[in-house]
Design a protein around this ligand. Structure first.
Ligand code: NAD
Ligand code: UDP
Length: 396
């Protein structure tokens, strides 16, 4: 059965209230007052969305996405909506903008239910779980700046580990057993051998990486204690690029440290030149090598992970990378070819704490998730450049 999306939007408040039937009276009252005071919002559709159509009969389960307004979260929301899932996003916008969610709706022509606030707020989390029958959680919400984590470890453990604990309590309360966690290749620390496989020793070298490892250990322990739990921990390599529409992308709040945003800023003239950290590494051209992965490929990996969760139990760590390494100079060249824009750069000293080379063995993702990255570095650069050109100040 097909029906116009316009009528779906008109029906949203009633859909929303349907979730109330599964809560007790006190929760129902809190939920209503949270909605009335704007703590919980049902995002409005855009003109594009209203003119589109939605195949309601093919709709899948509802997924709670923490940190969905962020860089990877927003791209994943688009793919979840495209795959037919309904989504509830909880985000405190500490490193993102609500505009990202409006753009997600525009791309997907589907609504995003929003709960604005912090995942450490247990009451708010309860309300989020009560707002709809949640089938699974994808947990992106975290602080992620490595340098900052060295200066503010307490804040990082509080947000990243405290946030996960609070979320897992809420999952237990709501009977949710499927959980996809945003981990990172940083849990491996200095690679002993390449490519990195999931069974290699874990030894992060900074507090940010340590919070990811603590979360993984917690999830591993929980899966032993609660055998019905199904957790996939996705260890991302280096996500770059943006959605092909140019509507969503990476919008760093502070001065970025990662290579790709620094590179696009140099290309657009927002910084004089890119600093290349060292040309004396033991790599093919002397510059650092990483496994860059298109953010849309990464997002699709989450949809595959959800399907895997539905068919398995226990804790499964899985690398999401391409399996190919690209050097800094190779990325600059690919970017110049894709954009037609020269990138001014200079070679400077090595950055403290850097490693020469890091790339994934992506075989387990293919075997368990039937997922592989399909977008090459040139496409990452072309899409990232489109986003940067169209949104020189990000979402603001
Ligand atoms: P991001 O900062 O763009 O997104 C994180 C989102 O979480 C933001 O919208 C932020 O406002 C929100 N958030 C943070 N703490 C919160 C809290 N306590 N309550 C509610 N919302 C909160 O980061 P991203 O690049 O999209 O990364 C997403 C996840 O992937 C993170 O867990 C990050 O550690 C992990 N990861 C990212 C990369 C990368 O290079 N981007 C690499 C490996 C792993
Ligand atoms: N890099 C660089 N200039 C920059 C930022 C990064 O040359 O302004 C190099 C860095 O030394 C590394 C690669 O780019 O070799 C990727 O760095 P990034 O911080 O993006 O990822 P990570 O090192 O965390 O994997």
């Amino acid at each position: 059965m097909r029906e116009p999306l316009g009528s779906h939007f008109r029906r949203l408040p009633r859909d929303f209230c349907r979730g109330l039937h599964s809560c007790n009276r006190a929760q129902r009252r809190d939920l209503k007052s949270a909605r009335d005071t704007g703590k919980i919002a049902i995002a409005k559709g855009t003109r594009d969305a209203e003119s589109a159509e939605l195949d309601v009969s093919s709709r899948l389960a509802t997924i709670l996405v923490t940190g969905g307004a962020g860089y990877i979260g927003s791209h994943t929301l688009v793919e979840l909506l495209a795959a037919g899932y309904d989504v509830v996003c909880i985000d405190n916008f500490s490193n993102s903008s609500p505009e990202a969610l409006r753009r997600v709706e525009r791309i997907a022509s589907r609504p995003v239910r929003r709960v604005d606030g912090d995942i450490r707020d247990k009451r708010l989390l309860e309300l989020a779980f009560a707002a709809a029958p949640i089938e699974a959680v994808i947990h992106f919400a975290a602080l992620k700046a490595v340098g900052e984590s060295v200066l503010r470890p307490l804040d990082y453990y509080d947000n990243n580990v405290g946030g996960t604990i609070s979320l897992l309590h809420a999952c237990r309360g709501a009977g949710v057993k499927r959980f996809v966690f945003s981990s990172s290749a940083t849990v491996y620390g200095i690679p002993q051998k390449l490519p990195l496989t999931e069974d290699m020793p874990l030894s992060p070298v900074n507090p940010y990486g340590a919070t990811k490892l603590v979360n993984e250990q917690l999830l591993r322990d929980l899966c032993v204690a609660e055998p019905a739990m199904s957790v996939v921990s996705l260890r991302y390599f280096n996500p770059i690029g943006a959605h092909a529409s140019g509507l969503i992308g990476e919008d760093p709040r502070d001065i970025p440290n990662n290579l790709f945003p620094c590179l696009t800023q140099a290309a657009i003239g927002q910084r004089e030149r890119l600093s290349v950290f060292g040309s004396d590494w033991s790599t093919r051209d002397g510059t650092g090598v990483r496994d860059y992965i298109h953010v849309v490929d990464l997002a699709l990996g989450h949809v595959c992970a959800l399907r895997h969760c539905a068919q398995s139990t226990g804790f499964t760590p899985i690398n999401l990378g391409t399996g190919r390494g690209t050097s800094v100079l190779e990325l600059i060249k690919a970017f110049e070819q894709a954009s037609g824009q020269p990138v001014p750069y200079q070679i400077v000293e090595r950055r403290a704490g850097d490693i020469a080379e890091c790339y994934a063995d992506a075989g387990l993702a293919l075997r368990l998730l039937q997922w592989r990255a399909t977008r090459d570095v040139k496409q990452m650069c072309a899409d990232g450049w489109r986003w940067q050109q169209g949104n020189p100040s990000g979402y603001s």
